[in-house]
Design a binder for this molecule. Structure first.
Ligand SMILES: Cc1cc2nc3c(=O)[nH]c(=O)nc-3n(C[C@H](O)[C@H](O)[C@H](O)COP(=O)(O)OP(=O)(O)OC[C@H]3O[C@@H](n4cnc5c(N)ncnc54)[C@H](O)[C@@H]3O)c2cc1C
Length: 391
């Protein structure tokens, strides 16, 4: 296929229609809805279910399992537009992007049949647990371990900061198994239904107004049937990598949506608010930082589109570098967008009525999770620039 100007830089009519349809849904809920869910500690079930019915949650999942048969580009559009409307859903990063991509690529047919149609229509959710208290950014250090007992698996360990466990039917847990030949531990993924005996979850109190709470998980001799293991025992690392690019691309879309929301609100305000003879938007102290945010945001969105394009085209390696860069750039743009929006609104920037203060912590998440900005800088320093590693 020859790339043309249109196919490279102009969004297709189909994608523009998808944006508009998602935006229309998101506008019926908005930021107030999201903040209310966050304050009441309840998952945004109404929005999730409606988005499922409209086919937005599973746009990237295979048609054979109830999905839309499109790609991560479309799923990123869904998240970005919900964010721009004020109601980004963190679980879109987790259920259809991480868990959906891994299961669609590596799950057994029975696992796909069991989970993917429910992901697509919004009736089932899956959380994803890799982070551990003593491992953090160093996922090579995780100690959650699975041992075989007859045909069963027995899983023990701890996880921390796992999003949405209370609303999820199961958690995809990254554990380790012992290689029969070498005795070395290697990663393996297990589907752990929420009510399995020995699986406990406790909410962590966070200063975030998000519908998705974070949980500490305790897995104490959790007995699982043989088919809880995702795909092949020897493909754990490959499976994990298959989830990382969609996760980062979606994290970038999450940040970009909130950045657009903040910028829109700031620009509207700057056009109206007048305390001298002209609206405050006429002062370059206000207009230039907003213009700068717009430029940084557009650059981040362009890189996100590149990463999603490469991923959908099957170039995992190319997508890896672009997804890391996009996630970094979008998080930085979102932090600056919200900070500048708050500044533009003056005192109102911190007033509950305008909702911007609630985004301050929200956009900070993008700098920390799912991978911190320092770990992205490490990746680029080592893989892109070929610099030596310090850790
Ligand atoms: C809102 C939220 C939702 C989350 N949801 C999930 C989820 O659903 N599932 C899940 O598995 N995890 C989840 N996480 C966890 C998230 O992925 C981790 O917080 C993140 O990977 C960082 O790990 P850590 O918090 O242990 O920080 P640490 O690893 O302790 O790092 C602390 C600081 O040290 C820096 N640092 C560490 N190592 C290096 C190094 N080599 N070079 C330079 N700097 C370094 C880090 O960048 C960071 O700034 C979530 C976190 C948050 C905040």
């Amino acid at each position: 296929m020859t790339a043309t100007y249109e196919s490279t830089f102009v969004e297709s009519e189909e994608r523009r229609d998808l944006r508009a349809a998602v935006r229309a849904l998101g506008s019926r809920y908005g930021l107030d809805y999201l903040i209310a869910c966050g304050k009441e500690h309840r998952p945004a079930d109404e929005l999730w279910r409606e988005a499922g019915k409209l086919g937005f949650l599973g746009v990237n999942l295979p048609e054979a399992y109830g999905g839309g048969g499109a790609g991560i580009q479309e799923l990123a559009i869904v998240l970005e537009e919900l964010g721009t409307a004020g109601c980004p859903l963190l679980m879109l990063v987790v259920t259809p992007a991480i868990c959906g991509s891994i299961l669609a690529r590596f799950g057994t047919d029975a696992q796909k049949q069991e989970w993917l149609p429910g992901f697509a229509d919004g009736t089932r959710r899956m959380a994803f647990g890799i982070t551990e208290p003593d491992a953090g950014s160093n996922s090579h250090r995780i100690t959650t371990t699975a041992r075989r007992d007859g045909s069963d698996w027995v899983l023990s360990g701890q996880k921390v900061f796992i999003s949405g466990v209370d609303a999820a039917d199961a958690t995809l847990v990254v554990g380790r198994t012992e290689d029969a030949k070498t005795g070395k531990l290697k990663p393996a993924l297990f589907i752990v239904p929420r009510e399995t005996p020995g699986f406990e979850y406790q909410p962590i109190e966070m200063e975030l107004h998000l519908p998705e709470r974070q949980f500490q998980l305790f897995l104490d001799e959790v007995r699982l049937p043989a088919d809880a293991l995702v795909g092949d025992e020897d493909a754990g690392l490959l499976q994990l990598f298959a989830g990382l690019n969609p996760e980062r691309i979606m994290a970038a879309a999450y940040s970009a949506g909130m950045a657009r929301l903040a910028l829109d609100r700031a620009v509207d305000y700057a056009k109206e608010r007048t305390v001298w003879k002209d609206p405050i938007g006429a002062h370059q102290g206000i207009s230039h930082p907003l213009a700068q945010v717009r430029i940084e945001l557009e650059l981040a969105r362009l890189m996100t589109q590149k990463a999603a394009f490469l991923y959908d085209a099957g170039d995992d390696l190319g997508a890896g570098e672009a997804a890391n860069m996009a996630k970094y750039a979008a998080a930085e743009a979102a932090v600056r967008a919200v900070d500048q929006a708050v500044q533009t609104l003056g005192g109102n920037g911190l007033a509950s009525e305008y909702g911007l203060a609630s985004l301050i912590a929200g956009v900070r998440v993008g700098r920390i999770a799912p991978v911190s900005r320092e770990m992205i800088l490490n990746f680029v320093a080592q893989h892109t620039l070929g610099l030596p590693k310090s850790y």
